[in-house]
Design a binder for this molecule. Sequence first.
Ligand SMILES: Cc1cc2nc3c(=O)[nH]c(=O)nc-3n(C[C@H](O)[C@H](O)[C@H](O)COP(=O)(O)OP(=O)(O)OC[C@H]3O[C@@H](n4cnc5c(N)ncnc54)[C@H](O)[C@@H]3O)c2cc1C
Length: 302
Amino acid sequence: MPVTPDQQAEIDALRGEPKQTLRAVSEGMEAHLYKAAPVLDHGFVRVIDYMGDDAAICQAARVSYGKGTKSVSNDAGLIRYLMRHWHSTPFEMCEVKFHVKLPVFVARQWIRHRTANVNEYSARYSILDREFYIPRAEDLAAQSTVNNQGRGEALTGEEAARVLEYLKGDAARCYDHYEEMISDEGQQGLARELARMNLPANIYTQWYWKVDLHNLFHFLRLRADAHAQYEIRVYAEAICDMVKDWVPAAYGAFEDYRMGGANLSGRQLECIRKMLKGEEVTQESSGMSKGEWREFMGVIEG
Ligand SMILES: Cc1cc2nc3c(=O)[nH]c(=O)nc-3n(C[C@H](O)[C@H](O)[C@H](O)COP(=O)(O)OP(=O)(O)OC[C@H]3O[C@@H](n4cnc5c(N)ncnc54)[C@H](O)[C@@H]3O)c2cc1C
């Protein structure tokens, strides 16, 4: 269960007490505020706070005194211009703070994004819950044969059942030992900071994660991408749904130029120019490696 009934009651109480403010408010983000969007079997993402909206990006770009005189369509045009030309600082004027509950192995990938502020649940101080990520049957896949860093076909039959049993059984046994070791009934009880080393990487942790919109887009570009591991991608996708409602114009520009766009090298552009002139270009004549050629064809053929 992503949130307990008590936690849900706290969220409802927060949402039941709206406060008046003079600050910029994004109606789209207000609809998400505090709510937990479930991710994986026990995880979630929820927005705790945010600052700024599409207009704030334009205000910063124009260094204006108020809302300015420009229309919404002008704002959207300016935002697209900023995104297209990598003029990133106006996007840094917007910030967002999330509360995320995620498996430890996902957290290890996530924490590599250094341009954010993090505070994690302390397993030195608190006892971790008995909550482990157990993949759905369709997400239990074999090692990919074409990509060393990925998965291929779903496991089937007896192998799938055995793997699932291992995952569940190992997690349960490790947690039983964890509980036994920290218990002070009839024994001294091992310190929590030591007992936790027995827990597998699919146990859930939690953190508050605050980031500005520019660096959030960088995170989403990498982690909502098809090459990202499924278990972090689903978090990035849940965040995309929130950002889309928070700053629709900025998200639209991001979707178009970053998620939907592609970077081309000088060599690749030269190939496209030759192709447009009707010249034959092959992998051998292009000067690209087989892998780069495959990626290039993937970009231009869609
Ligand atoms: C598909 C995929 C596979 C990956 N595989 C591996 C792997 O096998 N092994 C592994 O170790 N990692 C791996 N990573 C992690 C990856 O190398 C990055 O660490 C991670 O994506 C964070 O990116 P970042 O540094 O750009 O982000 P951030 O840390 O948020 O930084 C954002 C930008 O700020 C700048 N910046 C931040 N800190 C510094 C600094 N100290 N010095 C200079 N510039 C800085 C850089 O321009 C950087 O791009 C993988 C990531 C992805 C998406």
